[in-house]
Design a protein around this ligand. Structure first.
Ligand code: NDP
Ligand SMILES: O=CCS(=O)(=O)O
Length: 247
C-alpha cells in the first residue's frame, strides 16, 4: 500500500544534523526520495548510507545555502536524478545568541546570510521548477523566536526567524494558487543548534535552557503531517514546543 509521502522527492537543506537529519530519516522511511544539502559532506554521506541500508532512497550534494549556485545545483540534482521536485525544506540555520552591545557583527551577518538569504536562495532555486510543474511545496523552518522576540540575546536570531515567517506568508500570497507553503515554528528541540553562540554567558544560558528540549523527530513528524495532506490542503503554519516550555 502506498501513502502520500511515498515517492515524493524532497530536498532538505541542513540535512547533516538535527531537524534536517531527523526529517530525512523519517520521510525516507515513509518512502520519500530525499536529497540532502549541507556543508559537512562526510556527515551527509554517512546519513545517506544509513538510509539506503534500510531500503530508503537518499542522495546528497555538498551545499552552502549562502550560495545561490550551490542551492540551484542541489535542486537541479534532485530533478535530474528523480525527474521532479515535490518539496523543498529550507531548514539550514544558525542561532548565535548574545546581547546587541557585544557587537557580534560577524555572527549577525552569518545568521542573516544563512537563515534569511539561505531561505531566499531555496525559493529562487525551487520556484521555477514548481511553476513549471504547476505544483510544489515550500516548507520553511522559522521558530517560536519568529513569533515572540527572544531577548536579550536572541534579537538578531529572532529577526531572522520573523523574516522567514513573513517571507513564507508573502510567498503564499504570491504563489499559493498551485504551490503549498508551510512555516514551522518549533521551540527548543535537541540538536547542535544550542552550540552556535560564541558569547560564553549566553551560550551557557542556552545550553541550560535546552535541557527541556524535545527530540528532533517531533519536528520531522510535523513536516510529514504537512506533506501528507491532500494536495488541496495547505498547512500554512505549525507551532510546536516542549510542553514545559513557557517562551
Ligand atoms: N533546535 C531548535 O530548538 C530549533 C531549531 N530551529 C531551526 O531549525 C533549523 C535546523 O536547526 P537544528 O537542526 O536545530 O540545528 P543544527 O545545528 O543541528 O543543524 C543546522 C543545520 O544547518 C546546516 N547549515 C548551517 N549553515 C549552513 C550553510 N551555510 N549552508 C548549508 N547548511 C548549513 C548545518 O549543516 P553543516 O554545518 O554541515 O553545513 C546543519 O545541518 C534552523 O533553521 C533552526 O534555526 C527552529 C526552532 C527551534
Ligand atoms: O529557535 C529556537 C527555539 S527557542 O530556543 O527560541 O525556543
Amino acid at each position: 500500500m502506498t501513502n502520500s509521502i511515498q515517492d515524493q522527492v524532497v530536498v532538505i537543506t541542513g540535512g547533516s544534523s538535527g531537524l534536517g537529519e531527523a526529517t530525512a530519516r523519517l520521510l525516507a522511511k515513509q518512502g520519500a526520495k530525499v536529497v540532502l544539502g549541507a556543508r559537512r559532506d562526510d556527515k551527509l554521506k554517512a546519513i545517506c548510507a544509513d538510509i539506503k541500508e534500510t531500503g530508503g532512497e537518499a542522495i546528497y550534494v555538498k551545499t552552502d545555502v549562502t550560495s545561490l549556485d550551490d542551492v540551484k545545483t542541489l535542486v537541479d540534482t534532485a530533478v535530474q536524478t528523480f525527474g521532479k521536485l515535490d518539496v523543498i525544506i529550507n531548514n539550514a540555520g544558525l542561532m548565535s545568541i548574545a546581547p546587541l552591545h557585544e557587537l557580534k557583527v560577524d555572527e549577525w551577518n552569518r545568521m542573516i546570510d544563512i537563515n534569511i538569504k539561505g531561505v531566499l536562495n531555496g525559493i529562487a532555486a525551487a520556484l521555477p521548477v514548481f511553476e513549471e510543474q504547476e505544483n510544489g511545496h515550500f516548507i520553511n523552518i522559522s521558530s517560536v523566536a519568529g513569533i515572540k522576540v527572544f531577548s536579550p540575546g536572541g534579537t538578531v536570531y529572532s529577526g531572522t526567524k520573523f523574516a522567514v515567517r513573513a517571507i513564507t506568508e508573502g510567498l503564499r500570497h504570491e504563489v499559493g494558487g498551485k504551490i503549498r507553503t508551510t512555516s514551522i515554528e518549533p521551540g527548543a528541540v535537541d540538536s547542535e543548534l544550542k552550540y552556535g553562540s560564541s558569547h560564553k554567558e549566553s551560550s551557557d544560558y542556552v545550553v541550560d535552557f535546552y535541557q527541556q528540549a524535545i527530540p528532533a523527530d517531533s519536528v520531522a513528524r510535523a513536516v510529514a503531517y504537512a506533506i501528507s495532506q491532500p494536495k488541496d490542503v495547505d498547512i500554512n503554519e505549525i507551532v510546536l514546543r516542549p510542553t514545559v516550555q513557557e517562551f
